[in-house]
Write a new protein. Structure first.
Lengths: 97, 175
């Protein structure tokens, strides 16, 4: 069985989505100091392939413009983030000795 | 003579202000036309208000210029490029930023890549660009356009590199 891996950017995205529910890609970029406009959708696409996030097209856009895509974390993504955070904290504690 | 020079200086300044106003109106009109065609109703309303304000400023400036013109001697040469009253020409429709990039991406990349990565990147660029224009910040709009193009090429380039790496890895596993 492959152990799921998580990059720092993917972890950042999952944290934001879990904290805020559904978000647009541009909202994720504006809420973070590390995410960039050029790479956020590539990362989200990869996370969607891995099953960490899911997306839907909004039906009607508030305000003006065509509907945009909303992203949210899946249960699997939340579990992977929890495991990743636990492993990181455990390793950091081990290195402190 | 001092009054004549002062008035000529005012006329010169008015001509520059008029030219700037016309350019801003042209940009606003292009943005409004696009917004109208794409159904950005709220944006059209905001841009219309700015457009109307610029038109009012333009007409006020023309009236002031006409007043100053009466003070200047009759043989003052007409300045080239000075717009005549009543000759307000709206700008022609321009493509929104990134429209050609989107067309290129739709042709080159797969539907999934286009829909999930490239199209959202360009839509964000256009959203921020028109928002900056609607709030009367053309300088910021220009910066957003440059940054947006960079983001597009970063996204397209990164995706192409990842796709190539995955392909090479799968070939290596087969071998």
């Amino acid at each position: 069985m492959d152990i799921p891996r998580l990059s720092a950017k993917e972890a950042e995205i999952l944290r934001l989505l879990i904290a805020n529910g559904e978000m647009y890609g541009l909202e994720l970029v504006k809420s973070s100091e590390t995410l960039k406009r050029g790479t956020v959708y590539v990362t989200l696409s990869r996370m969607g392939d891995k099953g960490y996030v899911e997306s839907r097209q909004e039906e009607v856009r508030e305000g003006d413009g065509p509907p945009r895509r909303l992203y949210k974390a899946t249960g699997h993504g939340a579990r992977v983030l929890r495991a990743w955070d636990t492993a990181r904290i455990t390793l950091e504690g081990a290195w402190a000795f | 003579m001092g009054l004549l020079n002062d008035t000529q200086a005012r006329l010169s300044a008015a001509d520059e202000a008029i030219a700037e106003l016309l350019e801003e109106r042209r940009r606003l009109h292009a943005a409004m036309t696009f917004a109208l065609e794409e159904g950005y109703v709220g944006r059209v309303v905001r841009l219309q208000k700015q457009f109307d304000q610029k038109t009012k400023d333009y007409n006020d400036l023309l009236r002031e210029r006409a007043e100053w013109n009466r003070v200047v001697a009759a043989d003052v040469p007409a300045r080239r490029g000075t717009p005549k009253a009543g000759s307000l020409k709206a700008g022609s429709l321009h493509r929104p930023p990134g429209a050609r990039l989107l067309a290129f991406a739709e042709f080159v990349y797969s539907r999934k890549t286009y829909e999930s990565i490239l199209r959202p990147t360009v839509m964000d660029l256009q959203d921020e660009y028109f928002e900056a224009l609607a709030t009367g910040r053309p300088g910021k709009a220009r910066w957003i356009r440059v940054r947006g193009y960079w983001s597009f090429f970063a996204a397209a380039g990164l995706f192409s590199l990842l796709a190539l790496a995955r392909k090479l890895l799968s070939l290596w596993r087969v071998v």
